[in-house]
Design a protein around this ligand. Sequence first.
Ligand code: FPP
Length: 261
Amino acid sequence: MLIDEEKLRAYYSQAPEDISLTDVDLARIPRHVSIIMDGNGRWAQARGLDRSEGHVAGVDSLREAVTTSVRLGVDVFSVYAFSTENWRRPQHEVDLLMHLFATTLLNELPLFHQENVKLRFFGDLVALPEETRDVFQEGLDETADHTGMTFALAVNYGSRAEITKAAREIAELVVSGDLTPEDVDEGVFADHLYTAGLPDPELLIRTSGEQRLSNYLLWQLAYTEFFVTDTYWPDFTRWDYLRAIRDFQGRHRRFGGVVSK
Ligand code: FPP
């Protein structure tokens, strides 16, 4: 994605001591950055607040991360917002999150228009409350013609469910005679995942210090570099994002071979 360097420099002025824009190579920004946003609850508890306050604060971090992704010229920015396991949370927290997803998406539509951001969802949306589903559909319709960065939200997403869904769809195509078992290769399989047509993440960031994948993009993360920060999601800023990219660019990706890139 093209970078507007003037806007980027203005966005990244007032640098803290340990990091500045000059620490990253703008020609090697990862194409797809994905974030497991974690630590909203602990952020709130540490302040004597209700967990829900952490989710509300997390919305501000998400807005900033979307803007940062656009400014840095990332092609695809994806976040894990709600997993298939998150339904086990207390009902009032689930209700709050579903409402927050809907209101946030509506509130941010002007930003998506202004920045030419195209929306996408990973996950089984059929199980979501009608309000949330309707707003998601509106977001998809409103941004369908946008040609800038793709912003993907994983909602009611689980990687094992996604892989099982792909296997079932492919099995049905084989049964109907539209595919032969020999046709089924990695490309065909990838076409039946929620991420069809998108590049795999090059960088996965997880906040709040947890070192787990939590059933997120198991297929797509095969060669992805991980960056774990102790920062809770509501405290995650454009500078933390830059630190992750600096770290990423300092590594040598070999994809199982021996030649460093
Ligand atoms: C993890 O914190 C975060 C989530 C469950 C995702 C929710 C994310 C947001 C509300 C940010 C805004 C997102 C959208 C799409 C509007 P946690 O509750 O697991 O924290 P904990 O591990 O400290 O309990």
